[in-house]
Design a protein around this ligand. Structure first.
Ligand code: NAP
Ligand code: G4F
Length: 325
């Protein structure tokens, strides 16, 4: 009998990478899609797995739909990746962000409790929860949370609810506290993909400038394909727990821009980049750098793709995509 996994957020960045990994391990993979007139399967198409996933319709804000799905497929593993995941929009859409990212997780956990309490549950927690706390120069599982956005606050509720179901009902629930991870499948709003797409457009003469916000923010950027392995390993462990996944290295947005221009064979990036106050945030998280020693030691997890390799991969794919259009 094949193991059954249920992934929410299947159409996003991480969902397709995780689905590919699980399909390669011979899982039967179900993915949650919300009702759309015209859903985009582009990211699954990119990985060549669109027809290997079974789709179930529901919404993180609709408890009944989640209960029905869990009751009917009774998966062995649930990976909850669905979220309003863009920090920048979370101030303007705080209620929606909370309904999806906080209450949606409660609904899923309740479904597990009622219909399949032996199911293992992964929650996509985030380094954003650390917010301003950079006391040691890094963040790990022992760092206190100081969230700075409605997004981070909504994720903190989900983090604690995930732990509460473990402690109260003995359900196998684990939080992956993942630092930023990127790929050619990254949404265009996020700074890395916005930069690699923008650089590719400039290189091809399709635009003349790249408008950005705070260039001094530092992020610990890894490759999404490596991070879905950490998710998988967390649910294969003997006991549920919470783990940081990070590269341990951080860079400014400015360094990312410079490297992306270099990857496209251009050096004079200053002439193209314009600071646009529309992209500044009401409260910024200035520096994130993770220490993933626990995941390395207990799960044997290790990120493989480095900063420059990641940027080159993203720029090359964006150049190819745009040349085709
Ligand atoms: P993403 O590309 O934004 O994907 C999120 C997915 O959630 C989308 O497919 C979206 O569906 C789905 N979704 C949103 N609202 C929903 C709703 N009401 N009902 C059902 N599905 C809904 O995010 P990602 O980068 O893959 O990240 C995956 C998860 O990890 C997220 O929870 C994110 O917050 C968390 N995380 C990400 C990072 C990172 O650096 N990428 C780091 C730490 C944590 P549609 O396609 O229909 O919009
Ligand atoms: O790419 P970002 O929008 O990612 P952010 O805010 O770090 O959040 C991402 O990572 C989190 C994990 O730490 C996830 F939980 C979350 O779901 C998401 O995947 O912004 C990165 C940095 C910020 O400091 C932002 O202010 O880049 C800065 N930035 C500068 N100019 C910009 C821009 N960000 C965006 N999106 N667009 C800009 O023009």
């Amino acid at each position: 009998m094949k193991k059954v996994a249920f992934i929410t957020g299947i159409l996003g960045q991480d969902g397709p990478y995780l689905a590919k990994l699980l399909l390669e391990k011979d899982y039967e993979v179900y993915g949650l899609i919300r009702r759309y007139s015209n859903p985009s399967f582009e990211n699954l198409d990119y990985l060549g797995i669109t027809n290997q996933v079974q789709y179930v319709e529901g919404d993180m804000t609709d408890e009944g739909s989640l209960m029905n799905i869990i009751k009917s497929i009774r998966p062995q593993e649930i990976y909850n990746l669905a979220a309003q995941s863009f920090v920048g929009s979370s101030w303007d859409q705080a209620k929606l962000t909370t309904e999806i990212n906080s209450l949606g997780v409660l609904y899923l956990l309740n479904s597990v409790k009622f219909f399949c309490p032996l199911t293992k549950f992964y929650q996509a927690s985030t380094s954003e929860m650390f917010g301003l706390n950079n006391d040691n120069g890094y963040q790990d599982e022992n760092t206190a949370f100081k969230p700075r956005s409605p997004y981070a606050i909504s994720k903190l509720y989900a983090y604690w609810m995930t732990i509460n179901f473990r402690e109260s009902y003995n359900i196998f629930t684990s939080n992956g506290i993942l630092f930023n991870h990127e790929s050619p499948l990254r949404g265009i709003q996020f700074v890395t993909r916005k930069i690699t797409d923008g650089v590719a457009r400039i290189k091809l003469g399709l635009t003349k400038e790249l408008r950005l916000g705070n260039l001094d923010s530092k992020r610990d950027w890894g490759f999404a394909g490596d991070y879905v392995e950490a998710m998988y390993l967390m649910l294969q462990s003997d006991k549920p727990d919470d783990y940081v996944a990070a590269t341990g290295e951080n860079h400014t947005v400015r360094e990312f821009v410079e490297e992306a221009f270099k990857a496209a064979g251009m050096t004079n990036f200053n002439q193209y980049v314009k600071i646009d106050p529309r992209y500044l945030r009401p409260a910024e998280v200035f520096e994130l750098k993770g220490k993933a020693d626990k995941a390395k030691k207990i799960l044997g997890w290790q990120p493989k793709v480095g900063f420059k390799e990641l940027i080159k991969m993203m720029v090359d794919v964006d150049l190819k995509r745009l040349k085709k259009t």
